[in-house]
Design a protein around this ligand. Structure first.
Ligand code: NAG
Ligand code: NAG
Ligand code: NAG
Ligand code: NAG
Length: 309
C-alpha cells in the first residue's frame, strides 16, 4: 500500500529522488530530542519575552486586535508545553535535558516580533521535517510529528496575519541539523555549560541583502555573508559557485557569482519556490555535503503562490 502510494506520488508529480536530502548524519534519538528541545526553548523564550515586551495596547496600535493577541498567548503556551513535554521525554530516557540559553532576538516593534515569530515557526516546521528520517523510535517520530503539525498551524496563522499566503506551496522543505543550527545560532548568546555539545555545527551565515524586499520567481537577488569567514577553496577564482535551493525532492542549483567585497553572492530565484525558502551557497554543482557548503542557508521569502493563483 505504501509502495503504491509512493509510486503514484512519483508518477503524478513527475519528480525524481535522484538527489536525496543532503545530510544524513548518524545522530541518536536522544540527541534529536535534545536538538528539538533546544529549538523549543528558543521559541518558548521568544514568545514569553515578546508578550512581556508588548501589551495588548501595543498590538492594537500596530493594527492587531484582541483575538490575535489572545491567539499569540495560546501559541506561547503551546511552545511552553512542547518544552515540558520534551523535557519529560528526555528524563524518561535517563538523559539530562538541555536547559534554556540566553538569546538576543533583536526585536524592536510588534511588527518585527510577528515577522520573527513567523520565520521561527517556518524554521521549526522544516527542522522537524528534516529530522523525521533520522528518528528511529516510532513513538518519538509520532510525537515529533504531532509537534510539527502545530508549528505548521502557527506558521500559517502568523503568515496570514502579515498578509502572506498561509500555504504558499504544496510541499514544505526539510532542513538538516546543521542548516537549522546555522539559522538558530545568531539568536543564541550563550548556553549553560551543563548543556554539553550537540552533534551539530553552524555554517557561515548568509542573509538576503537588506535592501531587497519583493522577491518573486526569476528575481535576481544578492545574498550577504555579513562578513562571515567563508570557507573559500584556495583556487577560488576557478570555482563555479552555485546557490542550492532546498526542497523535499533535493536541491535546485542556480549559478551564483561572487560580488560585493567578495562577501556576497548574486543569483536568481528558480521556479517552484514560494513562501519561506532556504538557499545555501556551494562550491560544486550537485554537492551539498559539509565540504561543499560555503555559507548558509539564507531565508528568502518568495512571493506568489504555487499552482493556480
Ligand atoms: C524584548 O525587548 C528587548 C529590549 O528592547 C529586545 O532586545 C528583545 O529582542 C525583545 N524581544 C522580543 C521577543 O520581543
Ligand atoms: C481580528 O482580526 C482578524 C484578522 O484581521 C479578523 O479575522 C477577526 O475577525 C478580528 N476579530 C475581531 C473580534 O474583531
Ligand atoms: C512585487 O513584484 C511583483 C512582480 O514584479 C509585482 O507584481 C508586485 O506588485 C510587487 N509587490 C510589491 C509589494 O511591490
Ligand atoms: C522565469 O523565467 C523563465 C525562463 O526565462 C520563464 O520561462 C518563466 O515564465 C519565468 N517565470 C516567471 C514567473 O516569470
Amino acid at each position: 500500500m505504501l509502495f503504491t502510494t509512493y509510486s503514484l506520488f512519483l508518477a503524478t508529480a513527475s519528480i525524481s529522488f535522484a538527489h536525496p536530502t543532503p545530510y544524513k548524519p548518524a545522530i541518536a534519538d536522544v540527541d534529536i530530542l535534545q536538538y528539538a528541545l533546544a529549538l523549543e526553548h528558543l521559541e518558548d523564550k521568544f514568545y514569553r519575552e515578546g508578550l512581556a515586551n508588548f501589551t495588548l495596547q501595543h498590538f492594537m496600535e500596530a493594527g492587531f486586535n484582541e483575538t490575535f493577541y489572545d491567539n499569540l498567548k495560546e501559541v506561547s503556551y503551546d511552545e511552553t508545553t512542547h518544552v515540558s513535554f520534551l523535557t519529560s521525554a528526555l528524563k524518561a530516557a535517563n538523559a539530562t535535558p538541555v536547559a534554556e540559553c540566553t538569546y538576543s532576538f533583536g526585536v524592536t516593534s510588534v511588527a518585527s516580533f510577528i515577522a520573527t515569530a513567523s520565520i521561527l515557526e517556518g524554521v521549526g516546521v522544516s527542522a522537524y521535517l528534516g529530522a523525521a528520517a533520522s528518528i528511529v523510535n516510532k513513538d518519538y517520530l509520532t510525537a515529533a510529528g504531532s509537534i510539527l503539525t502545530i508549528e505548521s498551524r502557527h506558521s500559517s496563522y502568523l503568515r496570514a496575519a502579515q498578509k502572506q499566503s498561509s500555504f504558499p506551496q504544496a510541499f514544505d522543505a526539510p532542513l538538516g541539523f546543521n542548516e537549522v543550527y546555522t539559522l538558530a545560532a545568531p539568536f543564541i548568546t550563550s548556553c549553560p555549560e551543563g548543556n554539553g555539545k550537540l552533534p551539530v555545527k553552524a555554517f557561515p551565515m548568509l542573509a538576503l541583502e537588506a535592501s531587497i524586499t519583493n522577491v518573486t520567481t526569476n528575481s535576481t537577488i544578492v545574498l550577504d555573508t555579513k562578513g562571515s569567514t567563508l570557507r573559500l577553496p584556495s583556487n577560488s577564482e576557478h570555482v563555479n559557485w552555485y546557490a542550492a535551493w532546498i526542497s523535499v525532492t533535493g536541491p535546485t542549483f542556480t549559478p551564483a557569482t561572487l560580488t560585493g567585497n567578495n562577501d556576497m553572492f548574486k543569483t536568481t530565484v528558480p521556479s517552484g519556490f514560494h513562501g519561506q525558502s532556504y538557499v545555501l551557497i556551494t562550491g560544486k554543482k550537485g554537492c551539498m555535503t559539509d565540504d561543499c557548503v560555503i555559507a548558509g542557508p539564507a531565508i528568502v521569502e518568495v512571493s506568489g503562490a504555487n499552482g493556480i493563483m
